[in-house]
Structures are given as structure tokens and as C-alpha cells.
Write a protein that binds this ligand. Structure first.
Ligand code: G6P
Length: 372
């Protein structure tokens, strides 16, 4: 009913709008006044976490993209090797697991059968499993050693939005917590990240306030067949997520690529007026990556692409090559997906509406897939 949708036409729009609060709720009570993390509910002891020699993340769909981003954070902040794998592929390749492996299962519903089977396999090998989940008391947390709930509130629309952002926050918390208990690399950078994380909800809010041009752009592309997405570093999984949203909602051919791979194939797809969304990393952090992506934008534009550039406020280097420029607030490099994903959600939702598609219940999809 309209009341359930809180005045929005679709649950998806409501859930996109709820993201600032959802993100704040994931953080609530987990960062103390001096910037230390308290994850009491993670009932895996600090001693056990200090022994961990490998992290393996398993998930499906949008949750898998959160896992891909988590890998960058975990390896950078803790120096523990981290693998990410689609849950449906995981146990069939005989993965190397042991008691010192920490397996993180990410699932909004907590009922995805592929993810459940992956975690059962991990536990059979003696590994500890930590679930990152949005649904209290669901199967995946019940079968895990510990759970970190995302507290996003119920997500009704099939295409995941607020659950994704809160999964990212939970992943950052786990990465920072692992760093904290292990005492690795605990310095100014980490304290700054924790500080920025505690303000991130306001930045997500700011992005939401500037989405009208994105909706307008989406409507103007309603008759296109293909949209490509490029990103690098944590922007790569964001590109994959943007493409997934467009497939799910607009039923368009959409593909995400690592920008560095462009020259190894995808650039052959570029033709006159093809829309290409590029997620640009901060020029302040890893500036080499930034400069390389700016030349990628130049390359595709020289071949006729219509460039849709998502870039941090104040990044002037992209301006000459952006047919459409979508500004996002400056954040630490690793946190950028929290703000960069939001325009892509709005873009896909609006394109779906413009194409006359059912936004909350896309064809052929289920909110939670309880078969393998
Ligand atoms: C389904 C949904 C996706 C979701 C995926 C994983 O395919 O349509 O939106 O990302 O399952 O779901 P989970 O509940 O495990 O996060």
C-alpha cells in the first residue's frame, strides 16, 4: 500500500532515501567516543582473531560486490590476505580452508542457499564463520559462529540498495576491528577513517539531495540498448554493481569493467553515442590511478562514447572529458563506494520507470533465492 511505501511510488525509492539512516544505524553503538570499535556481538575471541591467517568472503549478487570492496579494506588495513568468491563457485573448487581461516558470509536475507552451503562447507573444514546479515534470526546467522547485523531495516524491493550500503559499513567495521585487535597499522590513517565513517551518513544524504540531474539523464537514455560501466580499485566493484542494477531493473545490456582492462578488449565495444559511466577515484588518494582513469575517459570519448563521469567535488581534471558530470563528496579512497553507488541506484531506478518496468518486482527475479 501507499502507506507502507511512506509516500514513495516504489519501495526501492523509499529504501534509497532511507540510506543515510540505515548507514547511521549500522554504526550505532559500535564506535566509542575515542574512536575505538566495540563489536561485542562478534563472539569470536580477540585471541582467535589474532590467529587468523586468511579471510575468505563468500556471497552472491549485490552482497558479492560488497565483499569485493571489503577485500581492499581488509588487506590494506590488516595485511591479512583476503579472497572473495561467489558462494555458488566456492565449495565446488575444493577451497583451502582451516581453523585459522576466517570466512565472512554476506547476505541481506540470510537465506540464500548458495551462501548457506558455502558456510556449511567452511565450518566442516574447521573455519570460523562470521555472518554479515540484515535479517535477525535467519538461517545464515544461526549457522554461523558470530554475526554482525547491518540494521538496515526490512528491504522489500528486489534490487538491493540500503542493504548494500550497510553491508559495506559492516565490512569496514570488521576490517577496522581486525586491525584493532591485531594492532596492525593502527595509526593516524585509521583514526581518520573512523572519524570519516562516523560522518558518512551526512555525505550520503548530500548525494541524495543532488540527484535530479541524474534522473533527467536516465530518462534521456531510455531508448538505449547498452550502457557500460568502468571503475578502478574500489570503483571497479561499484561499476559492477551499477551494471547489475541496470540489468535487474531496466533489462538493459549493462557491463562493468575494470578500467585498466579497457585496452584488452572492451574498448572495441565503444561506438558513437554509447553511454559509458566512469567511477573516478579520488585525485587525493592514489593519484596514479586517478590520472590513468582520466586518460581512459579521454580514450573512450575520442572514440565517440557519451561519458557519464562520477567524480569527487573539486576534481577539475575530468571536466573537459565529461559529457555528464555527477559530483560526489570527497571521502577517503576506501570509503568512496558509499557515496559513488547512490547515483547508480537512482540512475537504474529512473531508467526502469522510464522504460515502463516494474521497479520493485523485476521480471524473473526473487528477493531471496533459496535453491542452489
Ligand atoms: C538475489 C537478489 C539480489 C541479492 C542476492 C543475494 O539474487 O535478487 O538482490 O543481492 O539474491 O541475496 P542475499 O539475501 O544473500 O544478500
Amino acid at each position: 500500500s501507499a502507506a507502507e511505501k511512506g509516500g514513495y511510488d516504489y519501495f526501492m525509492l523509499k529504501e534509497i532515501a532511507e540510506q543515510p539512516k540505515a548507514v547511521a544505524d549500522t554504526l550505532l553503538g559500535r564506535i566509542d567516543a575515542v574512536g575505538s570499535l566495540t563489536l561485542d556481538e562478534v563472539r569470536i575471541s580477540a585471541a582467535e582473531l589474532r590467529e587468523v591467517d586468511k579471510v575468505v568472503i563468500v556471497a552472491c549478487g549485490t552482497a558479492f560486490h560488497a565483499g569485493m570492496i571489503a577485500k581492499y579494506a581488509i588487506e590494506h588495513w590488516t595485511r591479512i590476505p583476503c579472497e572473495v568468491e561467489l558462494a555458488s563457485e566456492f565449495r565446488y573448487r575444493d577451497p583451502i580452508l582451516g581453523p585459522r581461516s576466517l570466512v565472512i558470509a554476506i547476505s541481506q536475507s540470510g537465506e540464500t542457499m548458495d551462501t548457506l552451503m558455502a558456510l556449511r562447507h567452511a565450518r566442516e573444514q574447521g573455519s570460523k564463520v562470521l555472518a554479515i546479515c540484515n535479517t535477525n534470526g535467519s538461517t545464515i546467522p544461526r549457522e554461523s559462529d558470530a554475526v554482525l547485523y547491518t540494521h538496515a531495516g526490512p528491504e522489500v524491493a528486489v534490487a538491493s540498495t540500503k542493504a548494500f550500503l550497510t553491508q559495506l559499513v559492516a565490512c569496514y567495521l570488521v576490517a577496522l576491528y581486525l586491525g584493532q585487535v591485531r594492532g596492525t597499522k593502527w595509526g593516524d590513517e585509521i583514526s581518520a577513517v573512523i572519524r570519516d565513517l562516523s560522518h558518512i551518513s551526512g555525505e550520503v544524504e548530500r548525494v541524495l539531495e543532488t540527484m535530479e540531474p541524474v534522473r533527467e539523464l536516465a530518462r534521456s537514455l531510455a531508448d538505449k540498448n547498452t550502457v557500460l560501466f568502468l571503475g578502478r580499485h574500489v570503483g571497479y566493484p561499484v561499476a559492477l554493481e551499477g551494471a547489475l542494477k541496470l540489468k535487474e531493473l531496466a533489462y538493459m545490456h549493462a557491463e562493468g569493467f575494470a578500467a585498466g582492462e579497457l585496452k584488452h578488449g572492451p574498448i572495441a565495444l565503444i561506438e558513437e553515442d554509447l553511454p559509458v559511466v566512469v567511477v573516478v577515484p579520488s585525485p587525493r588518494g592514489r593519484s596514479v590511478i586517478h590520472d590513468k582513469i582520466v586518460s581512459n575517459i579521454q580514450e573512450i570519448r575520442a572514440r565517440g562514447a557519451r561519458t557519464i563521469v562520477i567524480a569527487e567535488e573539486g576534481d577539475e581534471a575530468v571536466v573537459p572529458y565529461a559529457d555528464h558530470l555527477i559530483r560526489i563528496p570527497a571521502t577517503p579512497t576506501l570509503l568512496q563506494p558509499l557515496v559513488a553507488t547512490v547515483p547508480l541506484q537512482v540512475f537504474a531506478c529512473e531508467l526502469a520507470t522510464a522504460r515502463g518496468n516494474e521497479v520493485d518486482q523485476p521480471r524473473n527475479l526473487a528477493k531471496s533465492v533459496t535453491v542452489e
